[in-house]
Write a protein that binds this ligand. Structure first.
Ligand code: NAD
Length: 495
């Protein structure tokens, strides 16, 4: 009897799964398909590594700076691989790698400091900050490297170790990133595990994990929170969005059209805080639709590795089917495709940049997250109604208001129920700012010092004596060698 060996099992006995190039729709490589039971050993090793890693904050900072340099130096390998499996134009992959290195540098330079409690009592009481333990980081496929670093850079800077699970649609660039970063860190401080479900679910609910930091869709976020509940691990959830852009009646349509379009279609619209709905005053509606449609028709859509391409394919087949479904439903509901409206007739997962006009406000392309290169534009007569419609979904990630009178635009922006509101911009983020969604868009805060504290626990030391001086600026930046400006050479943090 002959036994057929599964093509999914490599010669070394590891299970593998295919990785597809979305520009062709064909597999081009494979990744290791870890079994959930392998996580026990991974988490135990991460736990052991934590005992040393947490102890010396200056050494950590220096190692993270070295990791940033290593990532920047590996851009020539990381960026094309990212484009191959994710689909985005090569220039955008290079920007993603640069942002990953910048984030490591940013968090390497942050120190949580010590916060004295000053409340008039004759005691010396202060908050010191302690790491949590092994952190599980689970990320999606739209910005695999950038989002991975948004998890592991603050977690590692805080003294935790990290087990990182990329999406099975984009495992390879993350695997390479993990090798690059790990080459300058102690063993098992960062471990990348690739695999198909239930690997993520098992990681999120693993008893040895102390913080689950997840980016992805709302339904998966709920499942992650339920899983982490079993071990009462901390959860940070960065979830979906359905950001609205509200245009005011004094807006300069031609002046903003490029920015508006970019904010909706960057990364093929696969951005959690992309503009996913535009509300335009009825008087300007036709001009807004035409300005956006003109730009949609002009975009060169093609493989990300082709230097002429400005927009790549949708990342994966289920996502493409989703975009097609939402668009077809909107057209059936009476919408008009002012540009695009269909999948492109060629190999790969290409969808024409689409502007939808006259969309019924209750069409799912307006009320839900379609996460693709499709933008519904809706007319309004009354600004209060437009603001109510902008706030009228379960999401609350970002939003924007566009107009010439900036004070008036800001007053309208104040009324948006979301984590970040932009004026005449959208989806512009600084590494130093907090990033947090409201409603179904998230739990917890990432970014800036808030992202660092999200990976720490307060530890209060209280003793009799004179009360301490009030804290000055917190947290403090470090010297380039990783030490705090006023610190003696490396102090050892108590584990
Ligand atoms: P997804 O929820 O399907 O998957 C995200 C990750 O979770 C992947 O690694 C996946 O393998 C893993 N996963 C799947 N099932 C799991 C389970 N039961 N338990 C644990 N992990 C599991 O999301 P996606 O399709 O990869 O990404 C698109 C979504 O991500 C969109 O909703 C988008 O808005 C959101 N997103 C949010 C942000 C943000 O910062 N708020 C950023 C980027 C993307």
């Amino acid at each position: 009897m002959t036994i057929e060996v599964s093509r999914e099992v490599s010669e070394s006995g590891d299970r593998r799964f295919p990785v597809v190039d979305p520009a062709t729709g064909e597999p081009f490589d494979e990744a290791r398909d870890r079994r959930s039971r392998e996580l026990d050993a991974v988490v135990v090793r991460a736990h052991h590594a934590w005992r040393t890693w947490r102890a010396d904050s200056a050494a950590r900072s220096a190692a993270l700076l070295a990791a940033a340099d290593a990532v920047a130096a590996a851009a020539g390998d990381l960026a094309p691989l990212l484009t191959r499996e994710q689909g985005k134009p090569l220039a955008e992959s290079h920007a993603e790698v640069a942002r990953t290195a910048a984030r490591l540098r940013y968090f390497a330079a942050l120190d949580p400091g010590v916060h004295p409690i000053v409340d008039g009592r004759p005691v010396r009481s202060e908050v010191r900050w302690r790491s949590l333990g092994p952190v599980a980081a689970i990320v999606p496929w739209n910005f695999p490297l950038q989002l991975a670093s948004a998890k592991f850079a603050p977690a590692l800077a805080a003294g935790n170790t990290v087990v990182l699970k990329p999406s099975p649609f984009t495992p390879l660039a993350t695997q390479l990133l993990g090798s690059v970063v790990s080459s300058v860190l102690p063993e098992h401080v960062l471990t990348v595990v690739t695999g198909r479900e239930p690997l993520g679910a098992c990681l999120a609910s693993h008893a040895g994990i102390r913080h689950v930091t997840f980016t992805g869709s709302v339904p998966t976020g709920r499942a992650v929170a339920r899983g982490a509940g079993a071990s009462l691990a901390r959860v940070t959830l960065e979830l979906g969005g359905n950001d609205a852009a509200v245009l005011l009646d004094d807006v300069d349509v031609d002046g903003i059209a490029d920015r508006l379009f970019q904010a909706a279609f960057r990364n093929c619209g696969q951005v959690c805080m992309a503009i996913k709905r535009v509300y335009a005053p009825a008087r300007l509606y036709a001009r807004v639709v035409e300005a956006l449609a003109e730009r949609a028709r002009a975009v060169v859509v093609g493989p990300g590795l082709d230097p002429g391409s400005r927009m790549g394919p949708v990342n994966n087949l289920p996502q493409l089917a989703r975009v097609e479904r939402y668009t077809a439903r909107a057209l059936a509901d009476g919408a008009r495709a002012a540009a695009g409206g269909r999948r492109l007739d060629r190999p790969g997962y290409f969808f024409a940049p689409t502007i939808l006009a006259d969309v019924p406000p209750d069409s799912p392309v307006v009320t839900e997250e379609q996460f693709g290169p499709v933008l519904p534009v809706l007319a309004y007569d009354n600004l209060d109604e437009a603001v109510a419609a902008a706030n009228g979904t379960g999401f609350g990630l970002g939003g924007s208001v566009w107009g010439t009178d900036l004070d008036r635009a800001e007053a309208v922006a104040e009324r948006l129920e979301c984590g970040t509101a932009w004026i005449n911009h959208h989806a512009e983020l600084s590494l130093a700012q907090p990033f947090a969604g409201v409603k179904d868009s998230g739990v917890g805060v990432a970014g800036g010092p808030w992202g660092l504290y999200g990976n720490l626990r307060p530890f209060v030391v209280h003793r009799p004596g004179a009360s301490a001086e009030p804290a000055t600026e917190q947290p403090r930046d470090r010297e380039p060698d990783g030490r705090r400006p006023d610190a003696d050479p490396p102090s050892r943090e108590r584990p």
